[in-house]
Design a protein around this ligand. Structure first.
Ligand SMILES: CC(C)(COP(=O)(O)OP(=O)(O)OC[C@H]1O[C@@H](n2cnc3c(N)ncnc32)[C@H](O)[C@@H]1OP(=O)(O)O)[C@@H](O)C(=O)NCCC(=O)NCCS
Length: 219
C-alpha cells in the first residue's frame, strides 16, 4: 500500500533529510542529501528519468499490477507519482528508485524506501515497497532489488528497522517480504485510507530489524 503514494495527499516534499545520521536520527536532519543509486546483478536502481513516465503509466493502468490497489492511475496521476518519487530522491537522496533492467535498459517499475504519511498506526517509520510491470514478475527481480534497498537502509541510512505492509490478499507481495526474512506481526490493521467496505482494507505488517537483517545475511 506504500505504493498508493498519492501525490495530492502524501507528506511534504520540502523537508530535507540527511542520510549520514546513524540510529535513525539523520532522517529528520534539515540538510540536503547526496543522491544514492545502486546496482544489483541484473538491475540499476536509480533516479527517475523523463522516459520512465510512459512505461510507468502503462503498468499503473494494468489490472494485474493494480489488483490490490483501490484504483488504477490515469496518465496525469501516474506522472505526478513519478514526479513525486523523483522529488523525494532529489531531496533526501533515497526513496522509491526507478528500476532498470541492465540487459535491455528497460524501465520495469520501482523498488525502494519511503516514509509513509501520518495516519497509519506504526508511523513514523521507513517502509520498503515495490511495483513491477507484469512481464518482469516471476524472475526474482523484486527480491533482488529489495535486498539492495535494505542494504542502503541499514548500512547507509543507519536505520534500526524497516517495515513493509500490504493488503492481506496480496500474496505475491507478502511472499517477497518473507523471502527477505521479514517477520509478520500477529495482528493485521485496517488501512485508514480505504473505505470500511473495501476488501483491501485489512493489511498485514512485516518488520525487519537491523539485527535480524545481519543474521539473514549470514545464513
Ligand atoms: C509484488 C511483486 C513485486 C512481486 O513480484 P514477484 O516477481 O512475484 O517477486 P520476486 O521478484 O521476488 O520473484 C519471485 C518469483 O520469481 C521466481 N524466480 C525465478 N528466477 C529467480 C531468480 N533468479 N531468483 C529468485 N527468484 C526467481 C521465484 O521462484 C518466484 O516465483 P513464484 O512467484 O512462482 O514463487 C509483483 O507481483 C508486483 O509488482 N505486484 C504489483 C504491485 C504490488 O502489489 N506491489 C506491492 C504493494 S504493497
Amino acid at each position: 500500500m506504500s505504493a498508493i503514494l498519492d501525490p495530492r495527499t502524501s507528506e511534504d516534499v520540502g523537508r530535507r533529510y540527511d542520510r549520514s545520521g546513524r540510529a535513525g536520527g539523520g532522517l529528520d536532519a534539515q540538510q540536503p542529501a547526496a543522491l544514492i543509486s545502486f546496482e544489483t546483478d541484473r538491475l540499476y536502481l536509480r533516479q527517475w528519468l523523463p522516459g520512465d513516465r510512459a512505461p510507468f503509466a502503462r503498468l499503473n493502468s494494468d489490472p494485474s499490477v493494480m489488483e490490490f490497489f483501490p484504483r488504477y492511475l490515469d496518465r496525469a496521476t501516474s506522472d505526478a507519482m513519478a514526479d513525486r518519487c523523483e522529488a523525494l530522491i532529489a531531496c533526501r537522496g533515497w526513496g522509491f528508485w526507478a528500476a532498470e533492467l541492465k540487459e535491455t535498459r528497460d524501465f520495469i517499475g520501482f523498488v525502494g524506501l519511503h516514509q509513509p504519511r501520518a495516519g497509519l498506526p506504526f508511523v513514523p517509520c521507513v517502509e520498503i515497497g515495490w511495483r513491477l510491470a507484469r512481464p518482469y514478475w516471476g524472475r526474482g527481480l523484486a527480491t533482488e532489488a529489495a535486498r539492495g534497498a535494505l542494504r542502503v537502509g541499514f548500512e547507509d541510512l543507519g536505520l534500526e528497522e524497516i517495515l513493509a505492509f500490504t493488503a492481506v490478499r496480496n500474496l505475491r507481495s507478502r511472499a517477497v517480504m518473507k523471502r527477505l526474512g521479514m517477520r509478520e506481526d500477529d495482528r493485521t490493521f485496517q488501512h485508514p485510507e480505504l473505505s470500511l467496505e473495501s476488501p483491501l482494507r485489512e493489511h498485514c505488517l512485516f518488520r525487519l530489524s537491523r539485527r535480524r537483517w545481519a543474521a539473514v545475511l549470514r545464513d
